[in-house]
Design a protein around this ligand. Structure first.
Ligand code: AMP
Length: 419
């Protein structure tokens, strides 16, 4: 295998070295936050029947039309790698017999066959929650509060929480008609993609990045003006509750989000340090038709890679643990190797990360390995030390050495009674 053959596929990455520690830290902090809000983890398969996503996300959405890794398996079944988490979680909920008050969270890889660029990958990682239940502004506000709590726990600052509504499904034809009627006279000035959108997905014109389209969209009447009074009141309630909860959020009438399943509240969190792909997380209230059953709920998904990019761009990557050894053992001669193996096991059993060379390398090579390990304590023994029941302990940071009995060293490794 050449160097290039050893690379992962385009748009996919290995996550290794110190970066993995950051991922582990973020995941474990997130699990704590999810627990505070009463969410339980669910791990759904990466591969589902293609239909699960088509039905949930909508046949006409970009994700389903252009971005899904969908194929036939060897048995001729239509399957797809999950492009997002909600559809699988809702399928799971239905398969579990629709338990009431389900509050589920997930984390793991998602797959979209997009053109890779900064912040856009073909395999990326999301964590998200789904709270199944009937529409309630309080449930939506709680979900946004949880997301903001999560970002604050990770030490992220300067993110922008924008909230809007898609109205009820009953509003949607009036919204579509009103919006299309208002934008059609300006169709000639829209970009080619938006001209196509007028027929298929008119509201997506609102989040076109093209400057000309943005100007036109900003001058149109707000889409809420085509909705029922109760839909507008629902949104106002969510915003008021967020304010009561001390959650920084603002209303943004240009926010639309790409999936068909949304009804009522939608939101997105962006970060200015990210460039074109600036969305860190998105979510909303949805109604999903899963095998003939209409499921209502609210949830969000966070893009992990983008959160890490945002933390890096702000220079605020939090301290997230250290995988380095605390102790390294150096052995001179076979008898010392055996004695050190026993000591190695004792130290590890005491919960202290410890390493030693297992391939019979020279003293010099072992000392180099000890240095590379970064361990503050290096324990050296050969036949002399063994004969006296001692170990030589080098305190690397203080450039100091001492000789103590092995039993004294073993007891130093034991956790202190106070700790
Ligand atoms: P979406 O459901 O598309 O709004 O995705 C939710 C979040 O996942 C986004 O806000 C991004 O942070 C992240 N995300 C979506 N697509 C990608 C991608 N192709 N690469 C990296 N992150 C992504």
């Amino acid at each position: 295998m050449g160097n290039t053959d050893a690379q992962p596929l385009q748009g996919m990455s290995d996550i290794s070295g110190p970066e993995v520690l950051l991922w582990q830290w973020m995941e474990s902090r997130a699990r704590e936050v999810f627990r505070l809000y009463g969410f339980e983890e669910v791990r759904t398969p990466l591969l589902e029947r293609t239909e699960v996503f088509c039905r949930a996300l909508g046949e006409g959405t970009d994700v389903v039309q252009k971005e899904m890794y969908a194929f036939q398996d060897r048995g001729g079944r239509n399957v797809a790698l999950r492009p997002e988490g909600t559809a699988g979680v809702i399928r799971h909920w239905c398969s579990a017999g629709n338990p009431p008050d389900a509050r589920l969270y997930y984390l793991g890889p998602m797959f979209r066959a997009e053109r890779p660029q900064a912040g856009r990958k073909r395999q990326f990682h999301q964590m998200g929650v789904e709270a199944v239940g009937a529409p309630s502004p309080a449930a939506d506000a709680e979900c946004i509060a949880l997301l903001v709590h999560l970002f604050q726990t990770w030490g992220l600052k300067d993110f922008d929480v924008r909230v809007h509504t898609r109205g009820t499904p009953e509003d949607q034809s009036a919204v579509r008609e009103g919006f299309v009627a208002s934008v059609r006279p300006q169709a000639g000035a829209l970009c080619e993609e938006c001209r196509r959108r007028i027929e298929v997905h008119p509201l997506r014109i609102l989040d076109c990045k093209n400057e000309g389209c943005r100007k036109i969209a900003a001058a149109l009447p707000p889409v809420t003006s085509y909705m029922s009074e109760s839909s507008r009141a629902y949104l106002q309630n969510v915003l008021r509750l967020l304010d009561r909860m001390g959650v920084p959020a603002r209303m943004d009438s240009s926010l639309i989000r790409g999936l068909d399943y949304y009804a009522h509240t939608i939101w997105e969190i962006t970060h200015a340090g990210l460039g074109a792909q600036d969305a860190l997380a998105g979510g909303g209230r949805y109604r999903i038709d899963m095998t003939g059953r209409m499921v209502e709920g609210v949830g969000f998904a966070v893009g992990m890679e983008r959160v890490i990019l945002a933390l890096q761009s702000a220079g605020t990557v939090p301290a997230h643990g250290d995988a380095r050894c605390r102790v390294w053992l150096v052995s001179l001669g076979n008898a010392a190797v055996e004695a050190n193996l026993s000591l190695l096991q004792h130290i590890r059993r005491m919960g202290v990360p410890c390493g030693m060379d297992l391939s019979g390398r020279s003293m010099k090579a072992q000392m180099r390995a000890a240095d590379r390990s970064g361990a503050p304590l290096v324990v050296i023994r050969g036949d002399d030390e063994l004969a006296r029941g001692e170990v030589a302990v080098k305190h690397m940071r203080e450039s100091r050495e001492e000789r103590i009995s092995e039993s004294e060293f073993r007891s130093r490794m034991a956790p202190s009674p106070a700790g």
